[in-house]
Write a protein that binds this ligand. Structure first.
Ligand SMILES: Cc1cc2nc3c(=O)[nH]c(=O)nc-3n(C[C@H](O)[C@H](O)[C@H](O)COP(=O)(O)O)c2cc1C
Length: 386
């Protein structure tokens, strides 16, 4: 089946993945309101159509972290992607790199930094969580350095845990071993079992030399989740800034005041993110706070955004509201679960085509004109009538 859009990918992923993993991707905190708002709030903006602009060739490239990227979106960190497809992180990274865009490996990735680096030579970012055991964070940073990552992306919105009803029901990350119930759920998707079993035992790759966190993925996941440090504060971020000599991205910013603190401590970029609505339900959607954050720090660092980005039109709106680049989350996770590298490639192509078609219909030659010309190209959706 061809993946023409994220909806195709989601449908197929639901059929192919065990429920525990589909729900892990698809679910969010509490009533999942913020996750829905992330997508729906893009509808508050419309794109102005202009005709006869005569741009036979259009350019979707944008620049962030000092480099021009052929497309304005990249693949953000998604934990446990190796559960959605065998060597899932490698498959997704290869699809990203074939399109010339960065891939960010999650701290909770199944593939290790070293194996990912061996498998593909495109731009890799490494996403770090601050752990109670600071020596573990230090070890991850040293390995990220050795792997030559383009940026360290520190996620700061998880020091307080997210409560996701679906994960609680399914026992994901609370069960530290395969219970009969989880095993039955996995066996309901025999093709998934065969595909994943062929890759050998599942582990969090970057913990392979840390036996105290266990040897199997469920045990490691539950122990590592317990290691996220609830006392993480701005002093920790300052220390990381001093320690990390390369590009530093801080992910999980929703308030202009916090964005300013990131700029003050010398971050190179922030990701306006609410973790896809997976942490604090009822927090604002990312697109709704983007303009005020861009107004506060847009001249001082690169403002990136994620959350609810499913279509090329969402990317175009985010750029017109001042984002320098966009990270995909669920959209590519569904595609990976649906059809591995091929699925991610098709999804990237679909979104790239949509961006090109949007800017073409808007009478623009270049995606990087969107923000400068925002007053011409964007309009607010009129409030619904009585
Ligand atoms: C299944 C899943 C796992 C995730 N794992 C991580 C992670 O390990 N680290 C991280 O910083 N963000 C993680 N995120 C959050 C994403 O990076 C991103 O912020 C979010 O998915 C964006 O929202 P969207 O899915 O609506 O596009 C995860 C998201 C999903 C859906």
């Amino acid at each position: 089946m061809v993946i023409a859009s994220w909806e195709d990918a989601r449908r197929l992923a639901r059929r192919r993945l065990p429920k525990i993993f589909f729900d892990y991707i698809d679910g969010a905190a509490f009533s999942e309101q913020t996750a829905r708002a992330n997508v729906d709030d893009y509808d508050h903006w419309l794109l102005n159509q202009r005709v006869l602009a005569g741009h036979a060739q259009r350019d979707s490239s944008t620049a962030y972290l000092g480099k021009t990227r052929p497309l304005p979106f990249m693949l953000g960190p998604v934990g446990f992607s190796g559960l959605f497809a065998p060597q899932g992180e490698i498959q997704a990274a290869r699809a990203a790199h074939a399109a010339g865009i960065p891939f960010c490996l999650s701290n909770f990735g199944i593939t290790s930094l070293e194996d990912l680096r061996k498998a593909t030579d495109g731009p890799i970012w490494f996403q770090l969580y601050v752990m109670r055991d600071r020596s573990l964070s230090e070890l991850f940073m040293a390995r990220a350095e050795a792997a030559g990552v383009e940026a360290l992306c520190v996620t700061v919105d998880t020091s307080v845990g997210g409560v996701r009803d679906r994960d609680i029901r399914n026992g994901f990350r609370s069960a530290s071993r395969l219970t009969p119930r989880i095993a039955l759920g996995l066996l309901a998707r025999p093709m998934w079992c065969l595909r994943i079993a062929a890759g050998g035992p599942l582990r969090i790759g970057n913990l392979r030399d840390q036996p105290q966190y266990g040897r199997r993925v469920l045990e490691q996941a539950s122990k590592l989740t317990g290691e996220l440090d609830p006392s993480t504060n701005w002093e920790d971020m300052k220390r990381i800034r001093q320690r990390w000599k390369g590009r530093l991205v801080i992910k999980g910013i929703l308030a202009a005041e916090d964005a300013l603190r990131c700029a003050e401590l010398g971050a190179d970029a922030i990701v306006v993110s609410n973790h896809g609505g997976r942490q604090l339900d009822c927090s604002p959607s990312t697109v709704s706070v983007l303009p005020e954050i861009v107004a506060a720090v847009g001249e001082r660092l690169d403002v990136l955004i994620d959350g609810g980005v499913r279509r090329g039109s969402h990317v175009v709106k985010a750029l017109a509201l001042g984002a320098r680049g966009v990270l995909l989350g669920r959209a590519y996770a569904y595609a990976l679960g649906a059809a591995g590298e091929k699925g991610v490639t098709q999804l990237i192509e679909a979104i790239a085509t949509e961006i090109d078609v949007c800017i073409g219909h808007m009478g623009l030659a270049r995606a990087d004109e969107l923000y400068r010309r925002r007053s011409e190209v964007l309009r607010r959706h009129a409030a619904p009538g009585p």
